[in-house]
Design a protein around this ligand. Structure first.
Ligand code: C2E
Ligand code: MG
Ligand code: MG
Ligand code: MG
Length: 286
C-alpha cells in the first residue's frame, strides 16, 4: 500500500522469509563490526621458479558467535549494498598493513578491494593512512581489484588507479578471465600484476586448452610488463605444468590454505623448508 496508487502487492511466503533473513544478516553485520567479530586469514603466494613465498593475501573471515567461520562470499555482497564495506574495508586495510609490518624482509601483503570501496571518495586517503599507521613501505602493499571495478566510470577509475600508484602501492587485477572484455582493460589500466582465475588452473597439465590459455595470458602479460599469478593451484601436477608456461607466481591449497595470523610463522617456516628441499632435489638431479 505504501506506493499509494491502490496497487496490490503480493508477497510469496518464501520471498518474505528471504527478506527477513536478509534483514537479520544486515543487523548482524553491523553488530559484528562493533563486536570485532571479523578476522583476517592469510594465504601465501609463491614464486614458481624458486618456490619461495613472495607475499601473502589477506582474506576476510567472520567469526559468527552461532554460525562459526563465515566465508566472505556470504556477507561481502550485502556489506557492499548497505555501505558497511567502507568501514569494514578500512579495518581490513589497517589490520593487513599492521600485520605485514611485522613480517620478515620484503614480503608483500595483498588486500582485496570491492567495487563500492574503490568508488568511494575516501579510498586513497584510507590507504595512505593505513600505510602510515603501520609504518609499512608502500611498495609492499598490493591492492587487488576485479573487473567489476573497471566497468564503472572509466575516467574516475583511471584517476583513482593513478593516485594509488602515486602512493607507491601496486595494483593487481583479480580473477582475470572471468568477465567480459579483459583485454581492453589490460591495455588501458596500469596493472602491476594479473591473477589468472582458478577456473583456468583446474585442468592444467591435463587438457591442451588450459595449458594454451595460461601460456597465452602469461605471454601477453609479460609483453605488457605485468606479472602473472595462477590462483587455485592444488596439485603438484598443476604446479609443474605452470612452471613451463611462463607464469611467475602461484597461489593455492598446494602450498597452504588461508590461515590465521598466529599460524603464519609456522607456515612460512614449513614453506621455506619445502623450497630448500625442492632446490636441493633439483641440484641433485643435475
Ligand atoms: P579472491 O580474492 O579471488 O581470493 C581467492 C579465493 O580462493 C579465497 O576464497 C581463497 O580461500 C580461495 N582459494 C585459494 N586457494 C584455493 C585453492 O587451491 N582451491 C580453491 N578451491 N580455492 C582456493 P575466500 O577466502 O572464500 O574469498 C573469496 C573472495 O572474497 C575473494 O576472492 C575476494 O574476492 C573476496 N574477499 C576476501 N577477503 C576480502 C576483503 O577483505 N575485502 C573484499 N572486498 N573482498 C574480499
Ligand atoms: Mg584476491
Ligand atoms: Mg581471485
Ligand atoms: Mg574471487
Amino acid at each position: 500500500k505504501a506506493d499509494g496508487r491502490g496497487r496490490l502487492c503480493f508477497f510469496e511466503p518464501e520471498m518474505d522469509a528471504r527478506m527477513q533473513a536478509r534483514r537479520r544478516l544486515e543487523m548482524d553485520l553491523r553488530r559484528a563490526l562493533v563486536a570485532r567479530e571479523f578476522e583476517l586469514f592469510f594465504q601465501p603466494i609463491v614464486e614458481v621458479r624458486s618456490r619461495r613465498v613472495t607475499g601473502l593475501e589477506a582474506l576476510l573471515r567472520w567469526n559468527h558467535p552461532q554460525q562459526g567461520l563465515v566465508p566472505p562470499d556470504h556477507f561481502i555482497p550485502l556489506a557492499e549494498e548497505i555501505g558497511l564495506i567502507i568501514p569494514l574495508g578500512e579495518w581490513v586495510l589497517e589490520q593487513a598493513c599492521a600485520h605485514a609490518a611485522r613480517w620478515p624482509g620484503d614480503t608483500t601483503i595483498a588486500v582485496n578491494l570491492s567495487p563500492a570501496q574503490f568508488a568511494s571518495r575516501g579510498l586513497v586517503d584510507a590507504v595512505a593512512r593505513a600505510l602510515a599507521a603501520a609504518g609499512l613501505d608502500p611498495g609492499r602493499l598490493e591492492l587487488e581489484i576485479t573487473e567489476t571495478v573497471m566497468l564503472q566510470d572509466t575516467d574516475a577509475t583511471l584517476t583513482t588507479l593513478h593516485r594509488l600508484k602515486a602512493l607507491g602501492v601496486r595494483i593487481a587485477m583479480d580473477d582475470f578471465g572471468t568477465g567480459y572484455s579483459s583485454l581492453s582493460y589490460l591495455q588501458r589500466f596500469p596493472f602491476d600484476k594479473v591473477k589468472i582465475d582458478r577456473c583456468f588452473t583446474r585442468d592444467l597439465g591435463q587438457t591442451q586448452q588450459s595449458d594454451a590459455i595460461i601460456r597465452a595470458v602469461a605471454g601477453l602479460c609479460q609483453g605488457l610488463d605485468m606479472r602473472t599469478t595462477a590462483e587455485g593451484v592444488e596439485t603438484e601436477e598443476q604446479f609443474r605444468a605452470l612452471a613451463r608456461k611462463g607464469c611467475a607466481e602461484a597461489q593455492g591449497y598446494l602450498f597452504s590454505r588461508p590461515c590465521p595470523a598466529g599460524e603464519i610463522p609456522e607456515m612460512l617456516a614449513r614453506l621455506s623448508l619445502a623450497a630448500c628441499a625442492a632446490e636441493a632435489g633439483m641440484l641433485g638431479a643435475q
